[in-house]
Ligand binder design. Structure first.
Ligand code: EZ4
Ligand code: CO
Length: 402
């Protein structure tokens, strides 16, 4: 089999998505996601200008060789744009492989290790009472694991909370909006939120929380310790992780499990975190971490150190990534949990898919390949619209991590 054609589709059914379609001489095609929130056009251009010309004529079964060609062959290694582009190619090729062999991708990655994928939902509210209502609503929908975020008294805007009545979407159209931040006000508030959640909902529910890279290691150690009585499933992204040894400080102060890595793009972002057992869950996922070929190696390495996966699954990861992630989650042994932030109905219509949710679990479906398609004529009705993630400032105006 040979790759005969490939092209990038950009669509915005509620938010922007970059999708790579690879076609072959046997009439089989594959899809890969290359969406990088707020930087979508860079990946599209990287693919169109620099990657697609190099893959035409190659055998789509050679996923390892093509991955190495695009990674080592570029000379310039790693980085979110490069790795999202490589991921788009890799995932599309595994989709082709599955379709050609007439089997779901999970069978090519080890077969079924479980019958369903534990997913967590997002509950949020402008204050604790509204957050509690949203937890109740998600519990009612069948979720067994729920991430809880709430507005912080004294701060006008907070990560994870919808500004208006609609659902929460991190990217906003137009130029970046500005949020405000105070670690002091936040730290005063979070343990009150979780004390209430446990009081109202008891011990059964798995609870998660995302600090979204805003604390210093010692602040994160304090928060983890304060949250211990409420036994969280995890505390996410407590501190930026470029300095991996910062996590040693967190680990020394708390037994609250730590998840990190939604912004990682290769195992080298997590090597020290894993081999020193400073984290419990790796969040680097397929679209930003180089696809199945690299993530399988990263997950196998993590497995040696008792680190499990907890893939990022926000709305900026397209249904192609969600399908791919569910195949991966089904097959690997050290799966932990999968994030689920439902897409808009418009997005689900543009990407018809086989995966489904029932009683707190998801399944990828048994269609050959990934079981997701792109309705290109519908996609054309939603042209690209510039959108950015917000930026964050401390109360004195200093720019900080969002
Ligand atoms: O802010 O996906 O855990 N989920 C998250 C997300 C991220 C966005 C960034 O593109 O932190 O909401
Ligand atoms: Co996060």
């Amino acid at each position: 089999m040979k790759i005969t054609n490939a092209y990038v589709n950009i669509t915005s059914p509620g938010r922007n998505f970059v999708t790579l379609k690879i076609e072959t001489d046997e009439g089989i095609h594959g899809l890969g996601d290359g969406t990088l929130n707020g930087r979508e056009l860079s990946v599209a251009s990287y693919l169109t200008e620099h990657v697609i010309p190099c893959i035409i004529g190659r055998d789509p079964f050679q996923t390892e060789d093509i991955w190495q060609y695009l990674y080592r062959g570029a000379y310039w290694r790693r980085g979110p744009v490069t790795m999202a582009a490589i991921a788009a190619v890799d995932v599309a090729l595994w989709d082709i492989k599955g379709k050609a062999l007439n089997t779901p991708v999970y069978n090519l990655l080890g077969g079924k290790s479980r019958e369903g994928i534990l997913v967590y939902a997002h509950a949020n509210g402008k204050d604790i009472d509204h957050a509690l209502e949203d937890v109740a609503r998600h519990k009612e929908m069948g979720f067994k694991a729920i991430r809880v975020q709430s507005g912080i008294p004294g701060l006008a805007t907070t990560y994870g909370i919808s500004k208006g009545p609609g659902r929460y979407e991190p990217a906003e159209r137009g130029l970046p909006s500005e949020y405000e931040w105070s670690s002091e006000l936040y730290l005063r508030h979070v343990s009150k939120l979780f004390a209430q959640v446990r009081e109202v909902f008891g011990d059964e529910l798995h609870l998660l929380h995302d600090c979204h890279h805003r604390l210093t290691p010692i602040e994160a150690g304090r928060l983890g310790k304060e949250l211990e009585p409420f036994h969280l499933f995890w505390m996410e992204d407590p501190t930026p992780a470029e300095l991996q040894e910062g996590y040693k400080i967190i680990r020394e102060h708390t037994t609250t499990p730590i998840a990190v890595g939604e912004v990682f793009n290769s195992i080298w972002d997590a090597h020290d975190l894993i081999r020193n057992q400073w984290i419990d869950y790796l969040r680097m996922t397929l679209v930003h971490g180089g696809g199945f070929t690299h993530l399988k190696k990263a997950a196998d390495f993590a497995d040696l150190y008792h680190v499990r996966t907890g893939f990022h699954g926000a709305t900026d990861l397209s249904p192609v990534t969600m399908a791919a992630a569910l195949h991966f989650d089904t097959a690997i042994h050290n799966f932990g949990i999968q994030e689920l932030m439902p897409h808009t109905d418009e997005t689900d219509a543009v990407f018809p898919h086989q995966y489904s949710f029932k009683d707190g679990l998801m399944v990828p479906g048994d269609a050959p390949g990934l079981g997701v398609e792109l309705d290109e004529s519908l996609a054309a009705k939603y042209p690209y619209q510039r959108a950015y993630l917000p930026v964050n400032r401390k109360l004195d105006g200093t720019l900080t991590d969002w």
